[in-house]
Design a protein around this ligand. Structure first.
Ligand code: PEP
Ligand code: MG
Length: 764
C-alpha cells in the first residue's frame, strides 16, 4: 500500500474529477478555444503549457522541441525558471526527457530524482519537483518533442492523466506538423536544393522521373472534434468503405484466384474486421479527437512499435496494420487532400511499403522506388525485382526530403538517389538511360540466337526465378529454361503456409508458362536471411551456418513431403526437376531424395498422373560435397553450384555483411581451382553440372566459369542479354589460355580478363 496521493483534475471551477474520456475531452475543448485565438508561436506554446498545468493541477508543464537531429530544447514552460527557455537542452537519450524521445514511451514516476536516468539541469530549478509524467510529441513515428508535467508532491499520475497528456501531445504534434506552431528550422526550408543519398541498391536499373509520395502528407489542421457523435459516425462509415474496397478488390475479375496478391489482400480483410482495432479508434474519438486524428494516433503507436520490433514476423504484421490505417485515412480525408495524381514516370518514395501496396499501383506506373527502410531481401524488394523496377532501400531521410513532383533519379545498380538534381547530373543519367535502351534493343535482336562462342562451344543460359511475375521474362530473355526456381519466395509472400493445393496450382502455373523449357524447382530454402512469416525460427549465433534449407526440411519432413507432393501433382505428365538446397553430405541427399521418391510412388496409388520424367538433383553450396564419394555424384541426376553460398563458405566471408560480402573474388585462382575439381568429378561420373549464383550474370565471371568447364549458367533474367553478347564474341580456348598464363604468372585473373576483353572487343 502507498499513501502517495493520486493526481487531480481541475475539470471545472469546482475541481471535480471527471472519469473516462471526459477529462481529456474537456482539456481538448479548452485547447481548441485557446488555439482559436490569434497568436504567434511562442505565445501559443505558452498558452498551451499554462492550460495543461491548470487542467491537470500540475505545478509544472513544459514543452521541449527537437532542434536539429538530436537536441531537445525547452521551448515553453509553466513552473520552471523562465530563463531556462531556449537554454535548457538535452540530447536524445539524456535525462528523462531524452529517454522519452529515444524510446517513444511514457515516463511516469513519483520520485524523478531517484530514477536512474534522471539528469539535473540547474538552469531549470526542477530539483524540487518529485513527480514527473512525460510523453513524446510525435507524428507518424517522427519525433517532434516531449511534453512533461511535474509536481512537487510525490503524486502518482494515473492512466487517465497519461491518456490526457498523450492526446494533448498528439494535438500539439498535428498542429506543429501543419507548421503553425513549429519554430523555424533550416530543415524545413521549402526552397530546397539538390539532395543526394546513398542507400543500398536492391533492384537493378536506373530511372529518371518525378517524385510520387506513397504517403501524401496529410495535414490535419484541426484535430479536435466539434461533435464527437458525428466523428464516430464518420469513422464507422469510413471503415465500412474500407472493408468494401477490400472486398471489391478480392472479388474483381483482375484479382487472380490464387497467388501473392490475393494472399496479402485476404490478410488485410482479416485486419479490417478486427474488433480490437475499431475499438481503439473509437476510444480515440471518444477522447475528443476527429476521426482522422484518432486513426493517426493509433498509427503513431503502431509505428513506434514497428521501430522497436526486432522479430521480422511481428514487423511485417505491424506494417500491414500501418498500411491499412493509411487506406482508412485516405477514405476519411477529402480525396483532393489525400491523393496527389501520379506523375508520369513516377518515382515512388516511401518510408516503407508492403508487397500488397506495391502491387496496388497500376502495372507500368512506377519507374523507380526509394525506401527509407526496406532491405534487399524484403518482400517488397522481391516484388520490385520481379516487376523489373529499380529500387534503392535504406535511403536515409528520403521520405522527408522529397516533395511531390520533384525531379528524382534512382540508381538501383549502385544505390544512389538524387532529388532536384543539378542539370549535369540529369544529363549524365539521361546518357546512361539512352545506352540502356540501345542495349535492350541489341539484346532483343539476339534473343533467338544461340549462346555459342566463336570457337563453337555452346553455353546454356537459364534464368533464376521465384515469382509468377518472373515467368513472362523467360521468352523475352531468350533463355533456354529456368535453372533455379526459388520456391521459398512464394512461401515468403504468404501469410500462412501455402496449402498443398495452393502450391500445386503455383507450380503448375510455372510449368505451364515455361512450356517445353525445363524448370528446376529448388525445395524450400529458408533460414538465415530468408524468413517465413509463419515459421518461428530460433535465434541463432550463426544463422548462415545454422538450421536452414534442407536441414530444416529433413527435421520437419512434413513440409518437404507436402512440397514434394505438390510438385509431383503439378507436373501431371510433364518432366519434373527437383533439387535440394544446402546439402552437406551424401546421407542428407539420400534422405531428401528418398522422401521425393516415396511421394512419387504414393502418387501412383492415388491415381494422379506421374511426371513423364523425374530428375532429382542438388545444389552444391558447401565445400564438403566436393569431396563426397563417387556414389553421391552417381546418385544425383544433376548438380547446380550455388556460388553465392559456396563463396561465403569457401572464403569464410558472410554474404550479408557489407564489410565482407564483396571482399573476395570468384575469379581468384583458389576458387577456380576448386571449381575445376567439381567439373572433373562431374565429368568422371557423368553428372550434369550448372552454376546458379549471382556471378553467372556478370559477363567476366560468366566467361571465367565457362572457361573452367561449366557450360550451363543460370542468372537473373535481365543479365541474359549481357552474358549472351559476351559469350558470342568470345573464343573460349583463348580465354582458357589467358587464365592459365595469369595463373602461371600469378597475375589477378579478373584484371587480365578485363584487359583481354577490352583489347579484343568482347563487350563486358
Ligand atoms: C546460391 O547460394 O548461390 C544460390 C543460388 O542460392 P541463394 O542465393 O538463394 O541462397
Ligand atoms: Mg544458396
Amino acid at each position: 500500500m502507498t499513501d502517495t496521493p493520486t493526481s487531480g483534475w481541475d475539470a471545472s471551477p469546482g475541481k471535480a474529477k471527471p472519469g473516462g474520456a471526459a477529462a481529456p475531452r474537456l482539456l481538448l475543448r479548452r485547447l481548441r478555444e485557446t488555439l482559436a485565438a490569434p497568436g504567434e508561436v511562442p505565445e501559443r506554446l505558452d498558452q498551451i503549457v499554462k492550460l495543461i498545468a491548470t487542467s491537470m493541477v500540475a505545478e509544472v508543464c513544459s514543452i521541449y522541441l527537437l532542434r536539429g537531429r538530436d537536441m531537445l530544447e525547452l521551448w515553453a514552460t509553466e513552473g520552471l525558471k523562465a530563463e531556462a527557455v531556449h537554454n535548457a537542452r538535452l540530447r536524445i537519450g539524456e535525462g528523462l526527457v531524452g529517454v522519452i524521445a529515444r524510446d517513444g514511451g511514457t515516463v511516469n514516476t513519483s520520485n524523478a530524482r531517484e530514477h536512474p536516468e534522471f539528469r539535473y539541469l540547474p538552469e531549470t530549478g526542477e530539483e524540487i519537483y518529485r513527480s514527473f509524467l512525460g510523453v513524446p510529441i510525435q507524428r507518424l513515428g517522427k519525433l517532434i518533442g516531449v511534453l512533461v508535467v511535474q509536481n512537487e508532491r510525490p503524486i502518482v499520475y494515473n492512466e487517465e492523466d497519461e491518456e490526457a497528456l498523450r492526446v494533448v501531445a498528439m494535438v500539439i504534434a498535428e498542429i506543429a506538423d501543419a507548421k503553425s506552431l513549429l519554430p523555424p528550422d533550416g530543415d524545413d526550408d521549402e526552397d530546397r536544393g539538390p539532395f543526394h543519398a546513398v542507400g543500398t541498391g536492391a533492384a537493378d536499373g536506373v530511372a529518371i522521373g518525378q517524385v510520387h509520395l506513397h504517403e501524401p502528407r496529410l495535414l490535419l489542421p484541426n484535430p479536435i472534434a466539434d461533435d464527437v457523435t458525428q466523428e464516430r459516425i464518420r469513422l464507422r462509415e469510413a471503415m465500412d468503405l474500407l472493408r468494401s474496397d477490400i472486398d471489391e478488390m478480392l472479388d474483381s475479375s483482375s484479382m487472380p484466384a490464387t497467388g501473392d496478391h490475393r494472399d496479402v489482400m485476404e490478410t488485410y480483410r482479416l485486419f479490417a474486421h478486427d474488433r480490437g482495432w475499431l475499438r481503439r479508434l473509437e476510444a480515440g474519438v471518444a477522447t475528443g479527437l476527429k476521426a482522422e486524428a484518432a486513426v493517426d494516433a493509433a498509427r503513431t503507436e503502431t509505428r513506434t512499435k514497428i521501430d522497436r520490433a526486432r522479430d521480422p514476423y511481428l514487423r511485417e504484421r505491424l506494417n500491414d496494420m500501418d498500411d491499412l490505417a493509411q487506406r482508412l485515412l485516405r477514405r476519411l480525408m477529402a480525396p483532393t487532400a489525400a491523393d496527389e495524381p501520379m506523375p508520369p514516370n513516377a518515382i515512388l518514395i516511401a518510408r516503407t511499403i508492403g508487397p500488397g501496396e506495391l502491387m496496388d499501383y497500376p502495372r507500368g506506373a512506377l519507374a523507380g522506388i526509394v525506401l527509407e527502410e526496406g532491405s534487399p531481401s524484403s518482400h517488397a524488394t522481391i516484388v520490385a525485382r520481379a516487376l523489373d523496377i529499380p529500387l534503392v532501400v535504406q535511403a536515409g531521410r528520403c521520405a522527408r526530403e522529397a516533395n511531390q513532383g520533384d525531379i528524382a533519379i534512382v540508381n538501383g545498380d549502385q544505390g544512389h538517389v538524387h532529388f532536384r538534381p543539378r542539370h549535369d547530373v540529369v544529363a549524365a543519367y539521361e546518357e546512361k538511360l539512352t545506352l540502356r535502351v540501345q542495349e535492350k534493343q541489341a539484346f532483343a535482336a539476339l534473343r533467338d540466337e544461340p549462346a555459342k562462342t566463336t570457337d563453337g562451344e555452346h553455353i546454356t543460359l537459364l534464368i533464376n526465378a521465384g515469382l509468377s511475375a518472373d515467368l513472362p521474362n523467360l521468352p523475352e530473355s531468350g533463355a533456354e529454361g529456368v535453372g533455379l526456381l526459388r520456391t521459398e519466395l512464394h512461401f515468403m509472400l504468404n501469410r500462412q503456409m501455402p496449402t498443398r493445393e495452393e502450391q500445386t496450382r503455383f507450380y503448375s502455373y510455372i510449368l505451364g508458362k515455361a512450356g517445353d523449357k525445363p524448370v528446376t524447382f529448388r525445395t524450400l530454402d529458408v533460414g538465415s536471411d530468408k524468413v517465413l512469416p509463419f515459421l518461428k525460427q530460433m535465434p541463432e549465433e550463426n544463422p548462415a551456418l545454422g538450421w536452414r534449407a534442407i536441414r530444416l526440411g529433413l527435421d520437419r519432413p512434413a513440409i518437404l513431403k507436402m512440397q514434394a507432393q505438390s510438385l509431383l501433382r503439378a507436373a501431371h505428365g510433364r518432366p519434373l526437376r527437383v533439387m535440394f538446397p544446402m546439402v552437406s553430405n551424401l546421407h542428407e541427399f539420400k534422405r531428401a531424395r528418398g522422401i521425393v521418391l516415396q511421394e512419387a510412388e504414393r502418387l501412383n496409388t492415388k491415381r494422379h498422373t506421374p511426371p513423364s520424367h523425374l530428375q532429382i538433383g542438388t545444389m552444391l553450396e558447401t565445400p564438403s560435397l566436393i569431396f563426397e564419394d563417387d556414389e553421391f555424384y552417381k546418385l544425383t541426376d544433376f548438380i547446380s553450384i550455388g556460388g553465392n553460398d559456396l563463396m561465403q563458405f569457401f572464403f569464410a566471408a558472410d554474404r550479408m555483411n557489407e564489410l565482407t560480402a564483396g571482399r573476395y573474388d570468384i575469379t581468384s585462382i583458389s576458387f577456380l581451382r576448386m571449381l575445376r575439381v567439381i567439373v572433373r568429378r562431374c565429368t568422371e561420373n557423368e553428372t550434369e553440372l550448372s552454376f546458379c549464383g549471382e556471378a553467372a550474370g556478370k559477363p567476366i565471371d560468366a566467361l571465367a566459369l565457362a572457361a573452367t568447364g561449366i557450360t550451363s549458367l543460370s542468372m537473373r533474367p535481365a543479365a541474359i542479354g549481357h552474358v549472351k553478347r559476351a559469350i558470342r564474341a568470345a573464343n573460349l580456348s583463348e580465354i582458357r589460355a589467358i587464365i592459365d598464363s595469369a595463373e602461371k604468372n600469378q597475375k589477378p585473373i579478373r584484371q587480365t580478363l578485363i584487359e583481354y576483353c577490352t583489347e579484343t572487343g568482347i563487350p563486358i
